[in-house]
Design a protein around this ligand. Structure first.
Ligand code: NDP
Length: 247
């Protein structure tokens, strides 16, 4: 199946750490040409260096997904450099959990801007190219928390429910252009995600819980590879995975 990955041009947001980085390295090792976006350009440059030294093809673009022009520039760079775009992996996300009554409104705004609007900006940048090519794949990242709602996670859960909803709406709209839409919902994965929780006790508890059960970031790479490598007429609409012991 990895033959279907070789040569594909894949744009990845949030590629500087965690699941985005792991997926970038894995897809590039299987012959994909990857365009990497995130705010920490130094980290992206290091990943590009590793990939190119190993004989792969990669380009890095400093990207803040809350800025539509940045996301457009990332996708445009991929198209200019590699002539086409086959997949956009809208992976960038934030999870600063807190009870609503703490009124951490700046964090609510960040989650809405990165998790929802960042995903929409990725779709906006890639869709015209996909329609012209009559081929393409959007892969969005939701969460187990896009399937359930938990206390202290109201806003994060709402953003991840939104990602699933907009993914299904998009799928129905673009199927006739031969555009595939996949939404992947992970459970606990070992990444930097929990480091941004600013509620002290909650942050410690979540980090302790996740550290005991999390699966490696490369688990996501396997899921993305599975979805990308299907034949063109097979659209893997939804993947939900979690550590076996996670409730
Ligand atoms: P990480 O914190 O390791 O990675 C998050 C990535 O998002 C980083 O590369 C970060 O890059 C990027 N990012 C954050 N804000 C922005 C922004 N404004 N513009 C561009 N990039 C941004 O966490 P994960 O790998 O875990 O997260 C990947 C996705 O998986 C997220 O959508 C997350 O919600 C989701 N998820 C994670 C789970 C887990 O247990 N880890 C479970 C369920 C879902 P930079 O800071 O350099 O901009």
């Amino acid at each position: 199946m990895t033959d279907n990955i070789k040569g594909k041009v894949i744009v990845i947001t949030g590629a500087s750490s965690g699941m985005g980085e792991a997926t970038a390295r894995d897809l590039a090792a299987n012959g994909a040409k990857v365009a990497l976006g995130a705010r920490r350009l130094d980290r992206l440059d290091g990943i590009v260096k590793d990939i190119t030294e190993a004989g792969g093809e990669a380009v890095a673009v400093a990207t803040d997904v809350t800025k539509r022009a940045d996301v457009q520039a990332l996708v445009d760079t991929a198209k200019d450099r590699f002539d086409r775009v086959d997949v956009i992996f809208n992976n960038a996300g934030l999870m600063p959990l807190s009870p609503l009554e703490s009124l951490r409104i700046d964090e609510w705004d960040q989650m809405i801007d990165v998790n929802i609007k960042g995903t929409l900006y990725g779709i906006a940048a890639a869709l015209p190219i996909f329609k012209e090519q009559k081929s393409g794949q959007v892969i969005n990242v939701s969460s187990v928390y896009g399937h359930i709602t938990v206390a202290s996670g109201a806003v994060y859960c709402a953003t991840k429910h939104a990602v699933r909803s907009l993914s299904e709406g998009l799928r129905q709209e673009v199927k006739d252009y031969n555009v595939r839409v996949t939404v992947i919902s992970p459970g606990a994965v070992d990444t930097e995600l929990t480091q941004h929780i600013t509620e002290p006790e909650l942050g410690d508890n979540v980090r302790e819980f996740v550290s005991q059960i999390a699966v490696p970031a490369n688990t996501m790479a396997d899921m993305v590879s599975f979805a990308v490598s299907q034949p063109e007429n097979v659209d893997v609409n939804e993947i939900l995975f979690r550590p076996t012991v996670q409730p």
